[in-house]
Design a protein around this ligand. Structure first.
Ligand code: UDP
Length: 336
């Protein structure tokens, strides 16, 4: 990466590195599952910039080779096509395993529920097995979805969740909950240094908007720039809290890199809550779009509110998000 003539995304990388300046990963070997996905590719790029060796594992189910194409000739980068729900051995010492591999878009839950269950249960077990064999630290990217239709806002890590096992979202929510249980089992039974991040809605460049992949922000942006109807599910009164990718990766790597956090679970998200309708209006305004709103049926089990309590992240990680929604959306439009 040539820092002297930075491309736009180099500035995003620098932002993350600034938030990690008290941590050090040089010469560590770090395995990132889902390394060519939206979050995984940013994580790989940042880790390479810290001087780490990075092994990126991806089966390109929802990740895309182009996300890591610009890294593929980096001397410390190894890219392997593999589905982590099947056993894998890197064959060399690994210091940290970051398990990010999973489809995450609710639009995919209907089409790929078995894959989603496998990558978060069998995949987590296989990734934990690698960490155990090489005595590595382990980061699991869990989700705010473990809280389901929550009853406490902002939601703290101590809230145990209200999830419909049998519903359309069950494949994701319950798989992530099982993934967390796997982590805690390896922590208790084998003394593995596991850390669990509960990620709240995150957005930024490299997110997919095509086909079944579209999360709300890339979808609305895509619709707005094409002056196509903006598809509001329900009345758009449901809320989400949107974390820009540079903030999210900083939080995740602080959780992975700081000492004395074995067995901890931490919410990583932005604590500012927005209705989906307000989000749509903001995107229409920022893009100067002529799009109209098109109200569609509300998908089943779509959580009514979602907002994280990030007290623990502030205290244990010395972290909080810095990028406001409007600024993050403008960056996304610029770098898309
Ligand atoms: N949403 C919407 N229109 C869309 C896509 C999503 O109104 O075209 C809403 C969806 O109902 C949910 C929120 O936006 O309440 C966030 O959806 P997303 O798919 O990003 O993920 P979720 O937070 O539900 O996991």
């Amino acid at each position: 990466m040539n820092i002297s003539t930075p491309s736009s995304s180099d500035f995003e990388i620098q932002k993350i590195l600034t938030g990690l300046s008290d941590l050090s990963f040089p010469d560590q070997t770090i395995l990132v599952t889902g390394g060519s996905g939206f979050l995984g590719s940013w994580m790989c790029e940042v880790l390479l910039n810290t001087g780490a060796n990075v092994i990126c594992l991806d089966n390109y189910a929802s990740g895309r080779p182009e996300n890591t194409e610009h890294l593929k000739n980096h001397p410390k980068f190894t890219r392997i096509v593999h589905d982590i729900s099947k056993p894998y051995d890197p064959g060399r010492k690994v210091d940290l395993v970051c398990h990010l591999a999973s489809r995450a878009s609710p639009l995919e839950f209907e089409h790929y529920p078995i894959q989603i269950l496998k990558s978060n249960t069998l995949g987590t077990m296989n990734a934990l097995g690698i960490a155990r064999k090489y005595e590595a630290r382990f980061l699991f990217t869990s989700t705010s979805e473990t809280y389901g239709e929550a009853a406490i806002f902002p939601t703290p890590e101590t809230y145990r969740g209200n999830v419909n096992t049998l519903g359309i979202r069950g494949c994701y929510d319950e798989a992530k909950r099982a993934g967390e249980a796997f982590c805690m089992a390896y922590f208790r039974q084998h003394g593995l240094d596991v850390r669990i991040a509960r990620i709240f809605n995150t957005y930024g460049p490299r997110m997919r908007s095509d086909g079944h992949y579209g999360r709300v922000i890339p979808r609305f942006i895509d619709q707005a720039v094409h002056n196509a109807p903006i598809t509001i599910f329900g009345e758009g009164k449901q809320t989400r809290s949107f974390c820009y990718v540079t903030d999210q990766i900083t939080g995740l790597l602080r959780l992975a890199g700081l000492p004395d956090l074995a067995g901890e679970v931490v919410n990583i998200g932005n604590p500012v809550e927005w209705t989906i309708l307000d989000l749509a209006h903001m995107i229409i305004e920022l893009t100067g779009s002529k799009s109209e709103l098109s109200y569609q049926p509300m998908p089943p089990d779509d959580p009514t509110r979602r907002v994280p309590d990030i007290t623990k992240a502030r205290e244990k990680l010395g972290w909080e998000p810095k990028v406001e929604l409007k600024d993050g959306l403008m960056k996304m439009l610029e770098l898309k």
